[in-house]
Design a protein around this ligand. Structure first.
Ligand code: AMP
Length: 627
């Protein structure tokens, strides 16, 4: 294999690469760098993300820039803020030994005046998202008289994200003899149009997608019921304490639902999707990068281009339609020579799609397994006993206290004591998980034996048959969302999640359907206080009007309530939750009660993230969890 020396790069860059631990160039780097260093013209690089494109254009660019000039000589356009920041970071690392070089990132959602100040200080290279760059060009803050290179990174993605006009504006206003280096995963029609309109006889390097499928990724598929997917995620997390992964969902609503359900059960996860503000997304990414989260639950668009080290697992909560998306997703793991697993959670109906993806990408899916409860138990008990043996004795515990406790245990033998301690740990594992084997290998009927209550027909008032509707004077303004309300009602009345149906929530109040046989229990809330707020609960016999604007599926239950729950194992999930009882559970619940509906997770995490950098996210709610 070639090393970087033979590609014609200067010594300071080779030193920078050595510091970064880059030993051998990737295929796109091998092929592109010599061309870009010598060829004074346009260039097209067709390669997927994760193939080392940043260094493929970044290294030659750094060698071609005149560090003694303070003028803008290169512009790099990237689809997202995250990617722009990553590119900047990598350029800075690579140019560490190169002398005075200013690489300035500019992107939307951040203070433009600070960016203008950075540019005015003299930026030789600007890394930008298209919208913000266009804005800065219109304000005449970016002068392009000395521009020599214009790099379009992930050009197909920028067009997919609706930056067509911005890119046209930037390219047409910067036509001062600069070279365009365009990188894209595909040569889609719109890309072809850009090439034909703005580029002159470009040199082309194409990395065949079949060759770039990362050999270090193990592709697995697991067939299971849709309603068991959340439980499967919980089991993975329970089994593998080193798990650090990204779960991909198809919609923003699904990401929020999955994150909410896992969070509600005490797992350190967070959603990442386009309905979150930039600040929320940044905060979530920071916590993920710092490994304060075990799983990031993301949409394809939000997670595009994310480069976080050491991701062990990519989980496809639902398969994408487009094989290319599968490549983008699974490319988050096994980066920089490491190994990783990509797990597709499929239902029986997905088998054809899985075969299509496999054949398009030339990969093979092996059959994976959701860890069985016995395996989780064995592993966790082994960890538990290991930790117990290693536990240092706190010298501050007074002699008196120690003697008193020893005396109260006088009649308990060592064997009994171990058995008692073990029982506690064992019970807690079984409370968290359902007993059933989730791996569904049935070829015949669609097995669905989950402990969910069958949903009945609705009455003319919209209430489910066999249920009554109750008014509760708690709404979105009380910093509660549907999931938190459900949890609160379950915890305080003893009604299980499976006995609760539709929840309709408005600003000031909510309606909740409750199974007739346990319905009166909800009235025990009437007259009680929650966070200083006097509760009023009564039966509602009228029609329930849905509020005009639903809050984007952030609640534990989405839209009409039933659908979200069916899809996302709400029934099973809440059953597990209310079973788990105990003080730590309650602690968690009140956590979510106190948080707002819109940005519940982010806010809760940021409140607690100051509590330390324990890799398991060992914040208040997670006390006692070993990871
Ligand atoms: P990219 O496609 O540029 O986002 O790069 C994907 C990942 O591979 C990043 O984490 C880079 O830091 C890493 N990487 C790129 N080139 C190399 C190389 N030649 N050797 C080792 N790691 C690399």
């Amino acid at each position: 294999m070639k090393n970087f020396e033979v590609l014609g790069l200067s010594q300071p860059l080779l030193d920078g690469l050595a510091d970064m631990g880059f030993e051998n160039p990737t295929e796109i780097q091998q092929q592109s760098i010599p061309i870009l260093l010598k060829h004074d013209g346009d260039f097209i690089g067709l390669a997927q993300t994760g193939t080392g494109k940043t260094a493929a254009f970044g290294l030659p660019l750094l060698d071609l820039i005149d560090v003694n000039s303070r003028e803008v000589q290169a512009l790099i356009l990237a689809p997202t803020r995250e990617l722009a920041q990553q590119i900047c970071g990598q350029m800075e690392q690579m140019s560490k030994h190169l002398g005075k070089l200013n690489v300035v990132p500019v992107f939307g959602g951040a203070n433009i005046m600070n960016q203008i100040r950075d540019i005015r200080r003299g930026a030789q290279i600007i890394v930008a998202t298209p919208g913000r760059l266009m804005d800065l060009m219109k304000r005449r803050e970016v002068k392009l008289d000395a521009l020599k290179y214009m790099v379009l990174d992930e050009a197909d993605e920028m067009l997919n994200m609706g930056f067509k006009e911005d890119i046209d504006f930037i390219l047409s206003k910067s036509d001062t003899g600069r070279n365009i280096w365009l990188f894209s995963a595909t040569m889609a029609r719109e890309i072809k149009r850009i090439v034909d309109t703005y580029m002159v006889q470009p040199e082309e390097v194409r990395i065949n997608p079949k060759n770039i499928v990362n050999k270090n990724i193990e592709h697995q598929s697991i067939q299971l019921k849709a309603s068991d997917k959340i439980e499967a995620l919980r089991r993975f997390l329970d089994y593998d304490q080193d798990m650090f992964g990204v779960v991909f969902c198809r919609t923003k609503r699904d990401t929020q639902n999955v994150a909410d359900q896992l969070n509600n059960n005490g797992y350190a996860t967070e959603a990442l999707h386009g309905d979150m503000s930039q600040a929320q997304r940044d905060a979530a990414m920071k916590r993920f990068r710092n490994k304060n989260l075990k799983l990031l639950i993301a949409t394809d668009v939000a997670a595009r281009g994310i480069d976080v080290d050491d991701i062990t697992h990519v989980i496809h909560f639902a398969l994408p339609d487009d094989p290319e998306f599968y490549t983008h997703r699974s490319g988050r793991t096994a980066r920089a020579g490491k190994k990783g697993v990509s797990i597709a959670l499929i239902t029986r109906g997905d088998n054809r799609k899985l075969k299509f993806i496999a054949s398009k990408l030339g990969i093979e899916f092996t059959q994976g397994e959701v860890p069985a409860l016995e395996a989780i138990t064995q592993k966790r008990i082994a960890r538990w006993s290991d930790n117990m043996i290693k536990q240092e004795i706190n010298e501050k515990i007074g002699e008196d206290l120690l003697t008193a406790v020893q005396e109260s245990f006088a009649d308990v033998t060592k064997e009994e004591l171990i058995a008692k301690l073990l029982t506690k740990e064992y019970n807690s594992i079984y409370k968290r998980n359902s007993i059933s084997d989730l791996n569904d290998r049935s070829k015949g009927r669609d097995r669905d034996d989950s402990p969910r209550r069958e949903r009945g027909k609705r009455t003319s008032r919209g209430t489910e048959e066999g249920m009554k509707t109750y008014f509760i004077n708690l709404g979105l303004k009380d910093d509660i969302n549907k999931g938190a309300l459900l949890g609160y009602v379950c915890d305080t009345t003893g009604i299980s999640g499976a006995q609760i149906g539709r929840i309709v929530m408005d600003k000031t109040h909510s309606y909740m359907d409750v199974a007739e046989d346990v319905a009166p229990q909800i009235l025990t809330l009437d007259g009680k206080q929650r966070n200083g707020h006097d509760l009023r609960v009564n039966e509602h016999k009228g029609v329930v009007k849905e509020p005009a604007r639903e809050r984007g599926g952030r609640g534990g239950r989405s839209g009409g309530g039933f659908k979200g729950r069916r899809d996302s194992n709400g029934g099973g999930g809440y059953k597990g939750r209310s079973n788990s009882g105990g003080s730590s559970h309650r602690g968690r619940r009140s956590d979510s009660d106190n948080s707002g509906s819109g940005n519940r997770n982010s806010r809760r995490r940021s409140d607690s993230s100051s509590g330390g950098n324990d890799s398991g996210g060992n914040r208040g709610g997670f006390k006692g969890r070993k990871w």
